[in-house]
Design a protein around this ligand. Structure first.
Ligand code: TMP
Length: 216
């Protein structure tokens, strides 16, 4: 897989993604990194997938809630791709061009593991779609928050929201997702930083900040 950093294309702005299974603490870490960067006078935009655009946030509801088999895996993949293309066109690229640091809760690696490894969609199909419709864009840096899927699922089961479509696929699916992330982080060790998410929130945040500052 070719790693096509946005930074190489525009020489300004950065795309930083956060990945991991359910309940690993991505949003907490994104908030802490955002505060740190703003205090240090960087321009920051936080966003998420699925979603990130007005229309994407509406379609997100159908992807993350409801019955687990609502969509055929390939249809689901195409929806994630379509939303990502919109997200890149309307939010990510314009922000990068303005020199912003874009902190994105999930990006292409989620598709590789949830649709590819988790649901068995051929890797070539995923890579081709990404190339054709999403400009073959990869983040400058990705943080994989590494947490035993059982601990993560126990956490999300305690949360009161209805975004449970993927949670309901069960522990065996989420073990595949977790192993997929481990494999990806080994294969792309320069881009994907594997962070032990069982450390304290502060320890995790300090490590993330250190890595981010090394690329700014
Ligand atoms: P989250 O934003 O609360 O982490 O949840 C979004 C869910 O969507 C999560 O279960 C992972 C799933 N997802 C995919 O399956 N493929 C994707 O490409 C993306 C971005 C998310």
């Amino acid at each position: 897989m070719r790693i096509n950093s946005l930074n190489n294309k525009y020489n300004e702005g950065k795309l930083i993604s956060f990945e991991g299974g359910e309940g690993v603490g991505k949003s907490t870490q994104i908030k802490l990194l955002k505060s740190y960067l703003l205090e240090n006078n960087f321009k920051v935009l936080t966003t998420r997938e699925p979603g990130g655009t007005e229309e994407g946030e509406i379609i997100r509801k159908f992807l993350v809630s409801g019955a687990k088999n609502t969509f055929d895996p390939l249809s689901e993949l195409l929806i994630f791709n379509a939303l990502r293309r919109e997200h890149i066109n309307k939010v990510i690229n314009p922000s990068i061009k303005k020199g912003k640091i874009v902190l994105c809760d999930r990006f292409i690696d989620s598709t590789f593991v949830y649709q590819g490894i988790g649901k068995g969609i051929n890797k070539k199909v995923l890579l081709n779609l990404h190339k054709k419709f999403c400009y073959d864009i990869y983040p400058d840096i990705t943080f994989f928050l590494n947490l035993d899927p059982k601990i993560g699922l126990d956490r999300t089961n305690r949360r009161k929201n209805n975004e449970t479509r993927f949670e309901r696929l069960g522990l065996s699916y989420h073990k595949k997702v977790f192993n997929g992330y481990l494999k990806l982080s080994k294969k792309f060790e320069k881009r994907i930083i594997n962070i032990n998410a069982q450390q304290s929130i502060k320890e995790i945040s300090e490590k993330i900040i250190k890595h981010v500052m090394s690329i700014l």
